[in-house]
Write a protein that binds this ligand. Structure first.
Ligand code: NDP
Length: 241
C-alpha cells in the first residue's frame, strides 16, 4: 500500500537545508511547496523536480506575502500537512551598535518569521488531524558563544516557542525542533562583519555535514508512525566540540 501524498511547505527552499529538504520530501512522495525570496532559484528547483513541486516567492518578514502563499496552497493543493520553518540568517559579529540592522534582521527572519509563517498556515495544518511542524533551530539554541548573542537569542527563543506549541497542538500536530551544528551551506556568506565572516567562512569551508544529512533526518522524523512524535534532535558533526 503506498503512503498518501502529503503537502509540505518549506521556507528557505532556495538553498542549503531547505533545498535539500525539498528534494528529500519530494523523493519520499510528498508534494513540496517552495518558499523563499530568490524566485529564480525556486523556479529552477520546481522545474527540476517536475510534478508535485510548486514555487511561491515569499518573504517570511512580510505577512501579506505569506497569506498570499497560504491562499495558493489552499486553492491549488487543498492545504498544507507539513510546515518546515527553515528560513534563517546568521549575521554574526561582536555585539555593537554597528550591527543593529543585522540584529533586527535575525529577529525578524529567524524568530518572527517562523512564528508568523506558522500562524498563517496553522488552520490548514489542523485540518485533517495529522499535521507536522518542523522548526530548524541550532546548537546555538542550546549553547551561546561570544559573537553569536543575537543569533543565539533567536534560536533560544524559537526553542521555547516550539515547546509551548508542542503542548498546545498535541496530538493532532506533531511539533519537532531540529538543532544542527555546522552544516556546509551558504549561511555565513551573508555575514557583514569582515573579520567574523572570514573566520566563520573558514570553519564552514571545512564542514563535513551536508544539507542532505539534515534533510535525511527531517524525512526520517516525518516518516514515523503517527503515534510517535520526535520532539527534538540535536546533531553535530562528529568532530564539533
Ligand atoms: P542558507 O543560507 O543556504 O539558507 C537560508 C534560506 O533562508 C535561504 O533559502 C533564504 O532564501 C532563506 N531566507 C532568508 N531570509 C528570508 C526571508 N526574509 N524570507 C524567506 N526566506 C528567507 O543556509 P542554511 O540552509 O544553513 O540555513 C537554513 C536554516 O538552518 C537557518 O534557519 C539556519 O539558522 C539553520 N541552521 C544552519 C546551520 C548551518 O551550519 N548551516 C546550523 C544550524 C542551524 P532567500 O535568500 O532566497 O530568501
Amino acid at each position: 500500500m503506498s503512503t498518501p501524498s502529503r503537502v509540505a511547505v518549506i521556507t528557505g527552499a532556495s538553498s542549503g537545508i531547505g533545498e535539500a529538504t525539498a528534494r528529500a520530501l519530494h523523493s519520499a512522495g510528498d508534494t513540496v511547496v517552495l518558499l523563499a525570496r530568490r524566485t529564480d532559484r525556486l523556479e529552477a528547483l520546481a522545474v527540476e523536480l517536475g510534478e508535485q513541486a510548486l514555487a511561491i516567492p515569499a518573504d517570511v518578514t512580510d505577512r501579506d506575502s505569506l497569506v498570499a502563499a497560504a491562499e495558493r496552497v489552499q486553492t491549488e493543493l487543498g492545504g498544507a500537512d507539513i510546515l518546515v520553518n527553515n528560513a534563517g540568517v546568521m549575521l554574526l559579529g561582536p555585539f555593537s551598535a554597528e550591527q543593529r540592522d543585522d540584529y533586527r534582521q535575525m529577529i525578524e527572519v529567524n524568530l518572527l518569521g517562523a512564528i508568523t509563517t506558522t500562524e498563517v498556515f496553522l488552520e490548514q495544518l489542523k485540518t485533517g488531524g495529522a499535521g507536522d511542524i518542523i522548526t530548524i533551530s541550532s546548537v546555538a539554541g542550546r549553547t551561546a558563544r561570544a559573537g553569536n548573542g543575537v543569533y543565539a537569542a533567536t534560536k533560544w527563543g524559537i526553542n521555547g516557542w516550539s515547546e509551548s506549541l508542542r503542548q498546545e497542538l498535541l496530538p493532532d500536530i506533531r511539533v519537532t525542533l531540529i538543532e544542527p551544528g555546522v552544516v556546509a551551506t551558504e549561511l555565513p556568506d551573508h555575514i557583514t562583519h569582515a573579520q567574523t565572516k572570514q573566520a566563520i567562512g573558514e570553519m564552514y569551508g571545512n564542514a563535513t555535514v551536508t544539507p542532505e544529512d539534515i534533510a535525511e533526518v527531517i524525512a526520517f522524523t516525518l516518516a514515523r508512525p503517527r503515534h510517535l512524535a520526535i520532539n527534538e534532535i540535536l546533531l553535530r558533526p562528529a568532530d564539533q566540540r
